[in-house]
Design a protein around this ligand. Structure first.
Ligand code: PAF
Length: 279
């Protein structure tokens, strides 16, 4: 595997490979890689001739400077994992390389980006679209792989690709969980052992809400999850919404959609965690 830091170096190598007819897949990441990322990379390696994994902690998608500063960074370990997964390139540019000038482009996909994470992290999805569209332009992949864990992000990236008619196939890959049920996230690296146990309660409560939902209304199911989380002293709920999985709009009745998804954001200590479940 080759580690590249500049757009030019990556493009020189990629154009030689593309001239040989190789198909290129991209896995955009912010590093601090874990088994969830490994599953995306392995799938990309299996479905393409060349796999580019970008490792870039994108400042424009952080609305909280403290969160950006504390985001875990581990390039060396990341590259070892990528090598073991069979990636062709790790693309790890600097902030100056990606943003020589401020990116003034604005991306807005209402109503997908006005709810949930869009509401609580203003500007977040604009930043995600800035960097993802830039990466698509640099790499020009045939396919790009995103985790379903970031459920709203995946819906917004799909919408951006649809509206801008970008020539890339977006592949969504299933969320990966620890044995405890905790959804894998780079942010988990910041949890203490005790916090990890509290954090595992989030998915356990979501899973318990599935059978509960079969016998109860949307409102009651919301309350079940909200109260479950409130009962764990180490957790602080930011929001729990039950939405139509396609439009991401809140539903009032199970009959409003055939694809209901519960999306949750919870603080565990200082660490902000997201998860979701389909009903
Ligand atoms: O999901 C992430 O890790 C990031 O939002 C992404 C897609 C790599 C863009 O920075």
């Amino acid at each position: 595997m080759k580690i590249v830091h500049t757009i030019k170096d990556l493009q020189v190598d990629l154009s030689a490979l593309k001239a040989q007819g190789k198909r290129v897949g991209l896995v955009p990441t912010m590093g601090a890689l874990h088994a969830g990322h490994a599953s995306l990379v392995k799938r990309c390696v299996a479905e393409n001739d060349v796999t580019v994994v970008s490792i870039f902690v994108n400042p424009t998608q952080f609305n909280d400077k403290n969160d950006l500063a504390k985001y875990p960074r581990s390039l060396e370990a990341d590259c070892e994992l990528l090598e073991a997964c069979g990636a062709t390139f790790a693309f790890a540019p600097s902030v100056e390389e990606m943003y020589p000038q401020p990116d003034t482009r604005r991306f807005s996909y209402p109503p997908l980006d006005t709810v949930m994470e869009g509401k609580y992290r203003p500007g977040h999805f604009n930043g995600v679209c800035q960097v993802v569209s830039k990466l698509f332009d640099i790499v020009k992949p045939q396919r790009a792989y995103f985790g379903e864990k970031d459920f709203q992000q995946l819906a917004i990236v799909r919408e951006m690709v649809r509206q801008l008619r970008l020539p890339v196939e977006i592949v969504g890959c299933p969320e990966v969980r620890e044995e405890s049920g905790l959804a894998l996230s780079s942010r988990n690296a910041r949890l203490s052992d005790g916090e990890r146990q509290d954090a595992a309660r989030i998915s356990q409560i979501l899973f318990a809400s599935r059978p509960y939902a079969k016998e109860h209304t949307v409102e009651e199911t919301k309350r079940f999850v909200e109260q479950g989380i409130a009962a764990v002293p180490g957790l602080r709920l930011e929001y729990f919404e039950i939405v139509d999985g396609n439009t991401l709009q809140a539903i009032a009745d199970w009959h409003d959609t055939s694809y209901a998804v519960g999306c949750v954001t919870v603080y565990c200590g200082e660490v902000r965690l997201i998860d979701h479940i389909d009903y």
